[in-house]
Design a binder for this molecule. Structure first.
Ligand SMILES: *Cc1c(COP(=O)(O)O)cnc(C)c1O
Length: 426
């Protein structure tokens, strides 16, 4: 072997995987088993006491999932990762390690609609209070910090607006406040943006989207950057205090720069239970092998479609950070020089009714609530994903009544443009 460090595309194919030691299988096998036999009683005891690493039960870990975890950790530049059943499960497990009842976290207002609901409503019943800030106004994060603030949560490329967040500026606020910065990197994928390189302490993904990439499997993942000191003060007792369920060990002291990933596994996943099926891990691993090829095609197609829409008379505005005229183009050039992603919104002169009409006339685009599929997708957020928000909140999250969201696939761009042309013109 040369001493060259492997590049991104090589890691996407190989990181975490070895030929199977028993059978020689080259693709990662699906270890479709609930449980694993111990070598002997001492081995069993050491696994349960966290004195040795190994497989116990698939709710806590599985060899297929472990390859996925190692691969995404490598692609994101983190120390370790934990795969879970969905993107939303990743968010619950992360925040459960950080917040006690009565605590707060600051979240960007421009987020995936499901995350807005989860944070504002479901988390309230856990006693976790979200405080919203404006990702375009870094000072609004600074103003929101209180002694109960335990984390800051942003999206690198926001869903549905496609706007780019100034990760470095917000990471400076987090560092000053002594709290970790969590970045949802779902829409960018590590091919476009690696948040850890810009100061993120924790990265979360919905693997359901671009990483899996084929619209066939749900999954989520948490990546630990290994950068945060959990023992400062007594702010993060899950990490810094003795754990009664593990003979009084302190996770930060025992596991150092991957303590957060361990906490998510042995306290979050073990006790809350949202384990990823090894079959889904296999599907997502297969998807990740082509991530660099797909992501580049997604972005190149998105730019061509955005340019077409920008010149169309029925369209009042296109919000794609990859267009030179876009408000976020400077941030896109800095954070996502290979492409500004494939999810963006545009506005129709005909308002709400035109949005509803467009989704019904498109043929190649599928009208559904997902992004990051090989297929091109369309949705009208105001009548679907963001319909629960009041009008002011819809506008603030980039989902006004005239807004249509596209997720551009990897088809031929000429066919996508022709389909939009017929649906807009008819
Ligand atoms: C889809 C999505 C989620 C939630 O992921 P699930 O896998 O559907 O639970 C979170 N964040 C973003 C940006 C998403 O697009």
């Amino acid at each position: 072997m040369s001493d060259r460090l492997p590049g991104f595309s090589t890691l996407a194919v190989h990181a975490g995987a070895q030929p199977d030691p028993t059978t020689g299988a080259r693709a990662t096998p699906i270890y479709q088993t609930t449980s694993f036999v111990f070598n002997d009683a001492d081995h069993a005891a050491s696994l349960f006491g966290l004195q040795a690493f190994g497989n116990i039960y698939t709710r806590i870990g599985n060899p297929t999932n472990a390859v996925l975890e190692e691969r995404v950790a490598a692609l994101e530049g983190g120390t370790a990762a934990l795969a879970v059943a969905s993107g939303h499960a990743a968010q619950v497990v992360v925040l459960q390690q950080l917040l006690q009842p009565g605590d707060e976290f600051i979240a960007a207002r421009k987020l995936y609609g499901g995350s807005i609901n989860q944070f504002a409503h479901a988390f309230k019943s856990f006693g976790w209070n979200v405080v919203w800030a404006d990702p375009d106004d870094v000072a609004s994060f600074e103003r929101a910090v209180t002694p109960r603030t335990k984390a800051i949560f942003i999206e690198s490329i926001a869903n549905p607006s496609g706007s780019i967040t100034d990760i470095e500026a917000i990471s400076t606020v987090a560092r000053k406040a002594g709290v970790p910065l969590i970045v949802d990197n779902t829409l960018a994928s590590p091919y476009l943006i690696r948040p850890i390189d810009h100061g993120a302490d924790i990265v979360v993904h919905s693997l359901t989207k671009f990483l899996g990439g084929h619209g066939n499997s749900l999954g989520g993942i948490i990546v630990d950057a290994g950068t945060f000191d959990w023992s400062a003060g007594s702010k993060y007792p899950m990490l810094s205090e003795p754990r009664p369920e593990y003979h009084g060990i302190r996770l930060q002291e025992t596991f150092g720069n991957f303590a957060f990933a361990i906490a998510c596994r042995v306290l979050g996943l073990r006790d809350l239970g949202p384990a990823l099926s090894p079959f889904n891990a296999f599907m997502i691993l297969t998807g990740i092998e082509t991530l660099p090829l797909r992501m580049q095609k997604h972005c190149d197609n998105a730019k061509a479609v955005a340019e077409f829409l920008a010149g169309h008379p029925a369209v009042s505005a296109v919000n794609y950070a990859g267009l030179a005229s876009d408000k976020y183009n400077q941030l896109a050039r800095k954070y996502a020089p290979k492409g500004a992603g494939a999810v963006f919104t545009f506005s129709l002169k005909g308002g709400y009714d035109a949005g509803v009409s467009l989704v019904s006339k498109l043929q190649l685009f599928s009208h559904l609530a997902n992004v990051g599929d090989t297929r091109s997708l369309v949705i009208h957020p105001a009548s679907t994903t963001h319909s629960q928000l009041d009008d002011a909140a819809k506008m603030k999250s980039g989902a006004g009544p005239d807004v249509v969201r596209l997720s551009i696939g990897i088809e031929d761009k000429e066919d996508l443009i022709a389909d939009l042309g017929q649906a807009l013109g008819a």
